[in-house]
Design a protein around this ligand. Sequence first.
Ligand code: CTP
Ligand code: CA
Length: 225
Amino acid sequence: TNSSPSDLPLTGKKALVSAGPTYEAIDPVRFIGNHSSGKMGYAIAQRLHDLGAEVTLVSGPTHLNISDQIHRINVTSAREMLAACTKAFAAADITIMSAAVADYTPEQVATYKIKKKDDHFSIALTKTTDILATLGAAKQPHQLLAGFALETDNELGNAQAKLEKKNLDFIVLNSMQDKGAGFAGDDNKITIIDRNKDQITFPLKSKQAVAEDICDFILARYKYY
Ligand code: CTP
Ligand code: CA
């Protein structure tokens, strides 16, 4: 038999994905950013869409394109990302936060371009709101919430602490061990850790293939069939 869109496993489900970096303004021409490409989150958004979900993608600044059937909300700063994610979260059945959100933002944004002066210069920074933890605190029992963790030491311990602290259903640990894995590249090597402390480690593969693994994990565990 031919399959119709309504046969897809996530038909009728709403999904929310965050992706990319945030840019925190210092003055009208400068910002604090990071090297996140957005590729992992975009691949997850695409895969959830292909599985039939109605997808909202909250994206920091990237150079990527996505299917126009995905509702993309462009944001720049951590504050804007928080606002967009909080708004979309209430309706979402599945939420995956993969954005590389700035942990600190300048306390003040200079109105004019800052002039070069003394030999030393410092900027006062203040902590941003943890978007994932905010969603975790508001999470209802029917909602599935997942995040990422990027660690260089005590990888599993730190990732598991984040899972608990942020009230997640599972966390995806980005392993930095392998050359070619991570943040800015095309490939990723992950370990999924769930609330029961079960771990699944996957080999290094393309971010598209990693997105399939993550979505297969969701389908298998949470039986959205
Ligand atoms: N995250 C978020 N909002 C923030 C910071 C992080 O939503 N202000 C999310 C990220 O999208 C990711 C998860 O939290 O899914 C973990 O991010 P990470 O940087 O690894 O952890 P932090 O909690 O920020 O802790 P630290 O950077 O100190 O390791
Ligand atoms: Ca962080």
